[in-house]
Design a protein around this ligand. Structure first.
Ligand code: 13P
Length: 287
């Protein structure tokens, strides 16, 4: 059964570790991430961007697929199915489809409108027993065509949004989606500390988990980050393993072209990446 992310994040915050959100794109991604989490005995959050939801056929398809996998693979660790960077309309659609968690990304809106829409969603999520993530300060880089600059959030605005009763808060601290450029300034721990000081016990979310050095990840967790999002890194691992398989001509030998063979190295690579992150985030054996 899918669960809200609330309980797993409170436990993570109190236990000083973080739960990974790994974005899914299809059956192979979903199955690999769920198997990795189960083998590591770790709670996990499956992230779905609006673009990925559309790609998979729609939100009902995503819910059906993930719920089916939980049963058929006997997944017993806590799993949350979460809309990533949702629009207001996207959030409503995912609530209706049966997601257990949503993120409303109002970071590009004027703060008054972000507050207004987040307030409405707080109520709806409470009624449905779902968790809600809000965002202040755009996360940089490009995701599904949405481009941001890696802002640092205004801690006072973070407090305004946190006080609305959201479950978790994503605050921009110089992080960006995708690969980090060579001249990246690193995470702003001063911003993170100020946000933490003003938002108190609110579990904080770190987006753009791909490529952040391990010591920065550990420091972010020590300063209140309880959820870390990873997307690009699984895509890179999958692509590299698939490239090796094809370039070594394995698809041309026997039935090597069978998708169940051709996609296996990529799936194994996703599993390895997810396990590595679970280890780094400290959520192994916390199910
Ligand atoms: P990366 O693609 O940089 O890992 O970021 C993922 C993310 O933050 C999803 O919201």
């Amino acid at each position: 059964m899918l669960v809200s992310a609330k309980e797993m994040l409170i436990k993570a915050r109190d236990g000083k570790y973080a739960v990974g959100q790994f974005n899914i794109n299809n059956l192979e991604w979903s199955k690999s991430i769920l198997q990795a989490a189960q083998e590591m005995n770790s709670p996990v959050i499956l992230g779905v961007s609006e673009g990925a939801g559309k790609y998979m056929g729609g939100y009902h398809t995503v819910v059906g697929m993930v719920e089916g996998l939980l049963k058929d693979l006997n997944i017993t660790v806590p799993v949350s199915l979460h809309l990533d960077h949702g629009s207001y309309e996207g959030c409503l659609k995912c609530i209706e489809a049966g997601f257990s968690s949503i993120m409303f990304d109002g970071s590009s809106l004027p703060i008054a409108e972000n507050i207004d829409k987040t307030t409405k969603l707080v109520e709806i999520c409470k009624e449905n027993g779902m968790s809600l993530e809000a965002e202040v300060g755009a996360i940089g880089g490009e995701e599904d065509g949405v481009v941001g600059n890696g802002e640092c959030a205004d801690p006072a605005e973070c407090k305004l949004i946190a006080d609305l009763g959201v479950t978790m808060l994503a605050a921009g601290i110089g992080n960006i989606h995708g690969k980090y450029p060579a001249n990246w300034a690193g995470l702003s721990f001063d911003t993170l500390e100020s946000v933490k000081n003003l938002t108190g016990t609110m579990p904080l979310v770190l987006h753009g988990g791909t490529g952040i050095p391990s010591d920065m990840i550990r420091e972010a967790i020590s300063l209140g980050v309880a959820k870390i999002n990873v997307n690009t890194e699984c895509q890179l691992s999958f692509a590299a393993a698939t490239r090796t398989y094809i370039e070594s001509g394995k698809d041309l030998v026997g039935k090597g072209f069978d998708p169940r063979k051709l996609l296996t190295p990529g799936c194994e690579a996703i599993k390895a990446t997810v396990k590595e992150k679970i280890e780094l985030f400290g959520s192994a054996d916390r199910a």
